[in-house]
Design a protein around this ligand. Structure first.
Ligand code: COA
Length: 175
């Protein structure tokens, strides 16, 4: 956790308020996963093992990204959320999401993922609800994301709408 992430600068009062840094919040006790019971925890803005994150992304078949770039992306994120369970005192990462933000009006959620073996148990919904709750705490009113076609319904369930007022997302890529 870097110093700049430890504080939220309140421009209006010109004062500093401690930003969310929450560790090991018990979200679900005894989640049943094929007969095995798991206590599921949430970490907000806490250290992330990049290799564990890579393994989690591998589980859903995402194309690998350079770990150095992932590290920078995480360092420059406003909010990160991890779901995990304890396995002999080792944290097993099973969910992740992050958001970038101007810390006033807008935030964009990226890299929402639940480990393939823990999907369809409500964890994605729970993770997203926590992300929204944290962003709303900072009075951020516009939360956006880019949905792969196969997960549009998942986000719609959470209240996300497509093309509000016919506004279209536009992209620029190097040719
Ligand atoms: C998308 C993802 C995060 C959902 O997580 P999950 O834990 O499986 O989802 P949940 O169990 O919390 O489902 C919540 C609701 O969304 C629905 N849902 C989940 N995945 C869905 C999908 N792919 N399509 C349609 N609905 C879906 C569930 O049926 C459930 O509906 P309900 O509230 O009526 O019961 C997870 O499937 C995943 O990691 N996928 C691979 C990575 C990915 O595609 N990420 C999104 C990139 S934009």
């Amino acid at each position: 956790m870097t110093f700049w992430k430890s504080f939220f600068y309140n421009n209006i009062n010109n004062s500093c308020t401690k930003i969310i840094d929450k560790e090991n919040i018990l979200l679900i006790k005894n989640l049943d996963n094929k007969g095995d019971l798991f206590d599921i925890y949430l970490n907000i803005n806490h250290d992330i093992n990049l290799y564990d994150l890579e393994k989690l992304c591998d589980s859903v078949g995402w194309v690998r990204r350079p770990i150095k770039k992932v590290k920078i992306a995480i360092q420059n994120s406003f909010l990160t959320a991890c779901l995990f369970y304890n396995n002999n005192n080792k944290k097993e990462l099973i969910g992740f999401a992050r958001a970038t933000s101007d810390e006033s009006f807008n935030a964009t959620i990226w890299d929402v993922v639940i480990h393939i073996k823990f999907q369809d148990k409500g964890l994605g919904k729970l993770l997203m609800s926590q992300m929204i709750k944290e962003l709303r705490y900072y009075d951020i009113n516009t939360i956006t994301l880019f949905a792969d076609p196969q997960v549009i319904k998942f986000y719609k369930h959470l209240g996300f709408i497509m093309d509000p007022d016919a506004v279209k997302g536009m992209f620029w890529y190097p040719i």
